[in-house]
Write a new protein. Structure first.
Length: 508
C-alpha cells in the first residue's frame, strides 16, 4: 500500500515539482501536495493545514529556503524540512542544516529522496512520541496516590515527585528540585536506601522514616533506568502503616510492558501493550499472546536479569527483557516483561549495508566482507551491464532503474546464499565466491549468461537484450584486497575490449 504523505512543497518549477513527486511515488508514498512560492502562501498553508514534511527549493524568484526556515522555526512545528536544489556550496549546505534543515539533496540526484523523507518522518514521529511519553510520565508521577520520587542515581538529588510525596516532605515554600533525597526524608537507617539505589533494584522492607512529626513505616521499592545517558532511581514508599499500596505507573513507558504472575496470568499491561496485543484484561492467560515457535510455555521466566531475547509478535521483531519480582506478601515470583520493537533499527542496519535501488549489498559492505573472507580464498568477479547508457538515454531514467533492478534479480537467481553480490557503481557490480576456485565461479557465470540470453528487458513497448561483461580473478595467497580487485578489473577491461558480452579470467 502507498504511504500517505501530506507535503508542503516550496517550488516554482512545474517540471521540478513533477520530478520530486515521481521520486516520492517510486519510494512508496502517495503525496497530498500543497505547493507555495512565497512567504505569505507558506504562512497561510501552515495556518490552515497540518503537514508531514516540507520540501523547499533553495532559491525562488520571491522566496528562498533560508526565509522558509525562519518561518518554519517560528511556527514551532516538528516535521522534516528538506532542501532540494541545484548545486550549492558546501558552506551554504552546512548553514542550512545549522538553521534547522534536516537534509539537503541535489535535484539531479534524488534517488534517496523517498528514503530521506521516510527516515525524517519516522524520527519526527518518534520525537513527538517521546515528548508525549515524558509529559505523560510526569503527569502519572505527580498523580500517584502514594509517595514516590525520581532521584538522580549519581547525585541522590531529587528530580521530581508525586503530590503525596510533596505534601509529606516539602514545606509550603514550594517544590525544589535541588535537594538531596536524605535531606527531605529522614530514614532511621539511610544506609539501607543507599544500598538499594546502588544495587539498582529491589525493595527495602519495613523502612522507618519520620514525617509530619510522626514515625512511619514503608516498603521502599526501587526501579532503575537510564534516560539520555543519566541513570535514575524511581523510589516508591508503600506506606504499610496504613496498608496503602502503590499502583504502578507504567503507562508512560513507550515500550509494551506486561506484569505476569507465576501462572502466566496477566496482572497489568500498559497502553503500548494494548496497541500491540489488542484487548487485554486482568487475569487472562498471557501464554497464547506470547507463544513463540520452538519455545516452551513461560519462556520469559527463564531469562536472566538484563538478558534480552529476540521474539516475534504480530509479525514484528522485539527484544524481550524480563525482571522477576514479588508483590508484598506474596510467595510466588511475578515478572515484568518489557518488549522493545527493533524493526526500525533493523531497517537502518539494512540501509547501511544495502544499495537503496537494487537491494543488493553496497560497496562499503562488500569491501568489508571481502576483506574478512579473502584469507580463506575464493574468486572475485567484476561485471558491467553492457549498453546501459542507451537504455537511460532512449527510454528514460525510470527504465534505467528498472533495468538495473531486473538485471540484479536475474543474477541473484543464479547465486547461492554464500555468494556475496554488490552494486559498486552505476551499472557496475561485483560477486565474490568464497572458497571457490575460478572453475566453479565460471560455471555460475555461464548459468548467468544463459539466463540473461533467455530473459530480455521489457519496458513499456520497448524490448532490449541483456548483455554483460565479466572479469574474474582467483585470490592467491599473496593477494590483497586491492591487488585482487585490480586483476579482476583488468580482466573486465579485456572483456570489454574484445567486444563485450563475454567473460575473461585473469591469469594467476
Amino acid at each position: 500500500m502507498k504511504k500517505p504523505l501530506r507535503l508542503l512543497l516550496i517550488e516554482d518549477s512545474d517540471l521540478d515539482a513533477a520530478h520530486l513527486l515521481l521520486e516520492l511515488k517510486r519510494g512508496g508514498f502517495e503525496p497530498e501536495v500543497t505547493r507555495v512560492e512565497t512567504s505569505e502562501e507558506m504562512r497561510d498553508a501552515l495556518f490552515e493545514k497540518q503537514f508531514d514534511a516540507i520540501i523547499s527549493d533553495y532559491h525562488l524568484p520571491r522566496f528562498s529556503a533560508p526565509e522558509a526556515l525562519d518561518i518554519y522555526r517560528l511556527s514551532a512545528i516538528d516535521v522534516p524540512f528538506v532542501v532540494v536544489s541545484g548545486a550549492i556550496g558546501e558552506e551554504v549546505a552546512v548553514e542550512l542544516m545549522r538553521a534547522g534543515a534536516h537534509d539537503y539533496l541535489l535535484k539531479h540526484r534524488l534517488t534517496r529522496l523517498a528514503v530521506a523523507i521516510e527516515r525524517e518522518v519516522e524520527q519526527a514521529a518518534a520525537r513527538r512520541a517521546r515528548r508525549r511519553a515524558e509529559s505523560l510520565f510526569q503527569s502519572v508521577l505527580r498523580a500517584s496516590p502514594v509517595p514516590s520520587v525520581l532521584v538522580d542515581s549519581a547525585t541522590r538529588r531529587v528530580v521530581d515527585g508525586s503530590d503525596p510525596f510533596r505534601r509529606l516532605f516539602l514545606d509550603a515554600a514550594g517544590y525544589s528540585v535541588d535537594r538531596g533525597l536524605f535531606d527531605l526524608i529522614e530514614f532511621t537507617q539511610p544506609e539501607r536506601i543507599e544500598q538499594l539505589i546502588s544495587r539498582g533494584s529491589g525493595t527495602a522492607w519495613s523502612a522507618v522514616y519520620h514525617a509530619s512529626g510522626a514515625s512511619r513505616m514503608a516498603n521502599v521499592r526501587c526501579y532503575s533506568f537510564e534516560h539520555e545517558g543519566t541513570p535514575y532511581a524511581y523510589l516508591i514508599l508503600e506506606d504499610v502503616t496504613e496498608q496503602h499500596y502503590l499502583k504502578a505507573a507504567f503507562d508512560a513507558v513507550p515500550d509494551p510492558l506486561l506484569i505476569l504472575s507465576a501462572k502466566q496470568q496477566l496482572l497489568y499491561a500498559n497502553r503500548s501493550a494494548e496497541e500491540v496485543f489488542g484487548t487485554l484484561y486482568f487475569g487472562m492467560d498471557a501464554g497464547p499472546l506470547l507463544r513463540q515457535e520452538g519455545e516452551a510455555e513461560g519462556w520469559w521466566r527463564r531469562l536472566d536479569r538484563f538478558e534480552e531475547k529476540r521474539v516475534e509478535i504480530a509479525a514484528q521483531p522485539y527484544d524481550a527483557n524480563a525482571v522477576p519480582f514479588r508483590f508484598a506478601g506474596e510467595a510466588e515470583t511475578s515478572t515484568i516483561l518489557t518488549l522493545h520493537n527493533v524493526s526500525g533499527e533493523e531497517e537502518l542496519r539494512r540501509l547501511a549495508t544495502h544499495d537503496a535501488l537494487t537491494g543488493v549489498y553496497n560497496i562499503r559492505h562488500f569491501d568489508a566482507v571481502l576483506h574478512d573472507e579473502l584469507a580463506e580464498g575464493g574468486t572475485l568477479a567484476l561485471l558491467d551491464l553492457d549498453h546501459f547508457k542507451p537504455i537511460n538515454d532512449e527510454l528514460g531514467h525510470a527504465a534505467g532503474d528498472a533495468a538495473l533492478m531486473t538485471f540484479t534479480s536475474l543474477i541473484r537467481n543464479e547465486l547461492e546464499p554464500e555468494h556475496v553480490f554488490a552494486r559498486v557503481g552505476g551499472d557496475e557490480f561485483a560477486v565474490f565466491f568464497p572458497r571457490t576456485p575460478v572453475e566453479g565461479a565460471v560455471k555460475v557465470v555461464e548459468s548467468i549468461y544463459e539466463r540473461l540470453a533467455r530473459t530480455p528487458f521489457r519496458f513499456n513497448e520497448a524490448t532490449r537484450k541483456f548483455s554483460a561483461s565479466f572479469g574474474l580473478a582467483a585470490a592467491s595467497a599473496d593477494d590483497s584486497l586491492e591487488t585482487l580487485k585490480r586483476r579482476a578489473d583488468d580482466a573486465l577491461y579485456e572483456a570489454k575490449r574484445q567486444g563485450r558480452g563475454r567473460w575473461v579470467v585473469s591469469a594467476p
